[in-house]
Design a protein. Structure first.
Length: 239
């Protein structure tokens, strides 16, 4: 195995590509955060990532977060849920995650709020927005986001909205992909003018291994990178 085939080599290349995308967009490189997505990879891979300075990891399922949190307890890791969250898993998310990036409906907000109240804690959340027409993608419709944010601010003080998240269309057409990212940024820019009390819209989580450079050029503040850091998964990634 050459140095380029190691996790350290892959991480360095991703970090360089992030810097270059920021430069093309006229943005400082520090304006984009990297969220390594460790779903399906075991604790050995996470320990290797930790040795490279990574301590915050994205996961798709609460069950997998629970298993890894128990195996790696006491190491100061943060677990971020980026996958669709079923309402009946709200208790697990409220207990084990530092952030949920897939808040997409009132029923889920209510379930999380009740669990968080019982636990005496708050939780950072991003609202997931559907910016493509693909049936497989989750998220709120663009026109629903404003009323939803106002509802969260009024009724769910345990949920600390930090921004918005989206998944772009799975397409080789860069213009179609860009359109998804641009739609989220424009939505954020419009809503930010309302200054909804208790709601921050500073963060835009958009862009994954195959499209993160386009996302950065369109305003992403956080990219979710899995296989480009950890290597190929044993099955195709549906996201």
């Amino acid at each position: 195995m050459t140095a380029d085939d190691t996790m350290a080599g892959r991480l360095a290349r991703i970090q360089q590509r992030i810097r270059e995308a920021c430069e093309r967009a006229g943005r400082p490189s520090g304006s984009v955060t990297l969220l390594p997505v460790s779903k399906t990879f075991g604790e050995d891979a996470i320990r290797e990532a930790m040795a490279l300075g990574l301590t915050r990891f994205g996961e798709n399922k609460t069950q997998e977060i629970r298993q890894k949190a128990e195996a790696l307890a006491g190491l100061g890791l943060q677990w971020v849920l980026i996958g669709h969250l079923q309402t009946n898993k709200a208790k697990d998310a409220a207990r084990d995650t530092s952030e949920v990036q897939s808040l997409d409906r009132v029923e889920l907000a209510d379930a999380l709020h009740r669990r968080l109240q019982n636990a005496g804690r708050t939780l950072d959340v991003l609202v997931q927005v559907k910016t493509s027409s693909e049936p497989s993608k989750y998220g709120m419709a663009l026109e629903e986001v404003g009323p939803f944010l106002r509802r969260i601010a009024a009724d769910y003080p345990t949920l600390r909205v930090q921004g918005l998240m989206t998944l772009a269309v799975n397409s080789p057409n860069a213009d179609e992909v860009r359109a998804c990212f641009r739609a989220l940024r424009e939505l954020r820019d419009g809503l930010a003018k309302e200054n909804i009390p208790g709601v921050s819209l500073d963060r835009l989580s958009m862009g994954m291994s195959g499209d993160f450079e386009l996302a950065i050029e369109e305003g992403s503040t956080e990219v979710r990178i899995g296989s480009a850091i950890f290597g190929a998964r044993s099955y195709p990634d549906p996201q």
